[in-house]
Design a protein around this ligand. Structure first.
Ligand code: 5CA
Length: 450
């Protein structure tokens, strides 16, 4: 992409309303535009990052054997009356009446709707297990939408739902999602810690939240410090094998959100030097709630015993749009965002320090063409601005690598490569720069700490 053709409306001033780094940088880097509290347009740069995150989530759901579908954002109120959640959900639910007077709502989650799909089509234990997901916008009329996309009112969620014959089988599905989540977040360069969590309005007993630690997180968490650096299980996990031991390894040590925290248990179980009390951002939440919805909504299957059984269910959410902010909270400095390679909107930036100069233009065009052909998807700053403006702009939007092309270097046949994260600079010939940058993206899971 040439910057001259792109829509990148940067803000010079830091908006006073933005309290945390991710919100500030998303506004300043032209990633989002707020229309109303918690309601945003995703501008091209922000949208591109969100799509990359969505794709990683999708790939890891598919790898775990979860099947993608799409349900609507608008749901009929009747379904929620069946499960008895229509009134319980209170003011957080956006209720709508259509022209015929029918009551609708903008879905805050989809347990009821998928249970309705399931009961329509699935009749026998032979068709189980079922593990289905979609990636769809949700609306929750949050009391205090804040921190930009972190707590929005309209937000993008991946939500998966599992249906099994009995509780043992339901835990097998739960474990698949548990492991898939660890790999998903690791691929985004995040250290997400699974913690015992409260189930709130979704219900059930077995539940984990996945949190990334950050001072600006909304949740208070308590855990054994060793959990933070525990490596992800890895993409070669066999999801058809018994995953219980992998889950046990990661749930044996104390890790709880504040609603579940018990100070005496924490102190008894965790040695003093390993007690970590911190703040965290909840990026995922998984639940196993048995027959809560299937019973209320009559979702039954015929068992091998010839009798009807209510399906045992679980639901599994990832905050896709929240992750855009979460990744920035985890990876930024005073100059701006530092994208992990796996979700960066462009693979590298090319800075032409003298646009209009024949040699600079020709070297930049060549870099642009060759990096594009190599699949690096570069952003070429071909604008006529001053060098300082270009440097700070490129630092702000946080691409992992910058190639700086100027007349002085070109006299010696060199361009400069800057690593955004370390600040390291190296002088290379343009050809060597292409080879270097291309090599950095050779393994698409390079951010996965295995
Ligand atoms: N039905 C279940 C699982 S599918 C559910 O709705 N779980 S949840 O309420 O925990 O939401 C799932 C994830 O969505 C959360 O972990 C969080 O990452 C994200 N999320 C929830 N509320 C918001 C919000 N207001 N803004 C942005 N992301 C949110």
């Amino acid at each position: 992409m040439r910057l001259s053709n792109y829509f990148l409306p940067l803000l010079k001033e830091t908006p006073a309303s933005a309290e945390i780094a991710s919100h500030r940088y998303m506004l300043r880097a032209g990633m989002i535009k707020q229309h109303s509290a918690g309601i945003y347009s995703w501008l091209p740069l922000g949208y591109k990052v969100m799509k990359k995150i969505e794709q990683i989530v999708r790939e890891e759901q598919n790898r775990a054997g979860c099947v993608e579908m799409l349900m609507p954002t608008i749901q009929p109120a009747e379904l929620w009356r069946e499960s008895d959640r229509y009134d319980d959900y209170g003011k957080e639910m956006l209720r709508i009446t259509d022209r015929g007077g029918r009551e609708l709502l903008y879905g805050p989650t989809n347990e009821e709707m998928l249970t309705d799909v399931f009961r329509t089509f699935v009749r026998s234990y032979k068709e189980l297990p079922q593990l289905l997901y979609h990636i769809q916008w949700k609306f929750r009329d949050e009391v205090s939408p804040r921190f930009g996309v972190m707590r929005g009112r309209e937000f993008l969620m991946k939500d998966a739902y599992s249906f099994d014959m009995d509780m043992d089988a339901a835990v097998v599905s739960y474990n698949k999602m548990f492991i898939a989540y660890l790999n998903t977040f690791a691929r985004m360069g995040l250290k997400a810690v699974p913690m015992q969590a409260d189930t709130g309005p979704i219900g059930g007993d077995l539940s984990h939240e996945f949190l990334i630690l950050a001072d600006t997180g909304e949740s208070e968490v308590f855990c054994h410090a060793d959990l933070v650096d525990m490596p992800a299980p890895g993409l070669d996990v066999d999801f058809n094998s018994d995953l219980q031991s992998l889950v046990d390894e990661r749930t044996a040590l104390y890790a709880r959100t504040d609603e579940m925290h018990e100070a005496d248990v924490f102190e008894a179980e965790v040695p003093k030097d390993k007690r970590l009390s911190a703040r965290g951002i909840e990026v995922g939440h998984i639940f196993c709630f048995g027959d809560k919805y299937s019973k209320a909504m009559g979702a039954k299957v015929m068992g091998p015993d010839g009798k009807e059984h209510f399906a045992q269910m679980g639901s599994y959410g990832v905050g896709v749009s929240r992750l855009v902010g979460g990744i920035i909270e985890a990876s930024h400095d005073d100059a701006g965002i530092i994208w992990p390679k796996s979700v960066t909107p462009f693979g590298a930036g090319i800075i032409n320090l003298r646009a209009g100069d024949e040699e600079c233009d020709s070297v930049c065009e060549d870099l642009y063409a060759k990096l594009s052909a190599a699949g690096v998807d570069p952003l070429y700053d071909d604008k006529k601005d001053r060098g300082g403006v270009k440097f700070s702009r490129m630092d702000l939007i946080g691409l992992p690598y910058q190639i700086v092309v100027g007349p002085r270097g070109l006299k010696d046949g060199i361009v400069e490569i800057k690593d955004r994260k370390t600040g390291e600079r190296q002088n290379q010939s343009p050809e060597a720069a292409i080879a270097f940058i291309t090599a950095q993206y050779a393994d698409q899971n390079t951010d996965m700490p295995l």
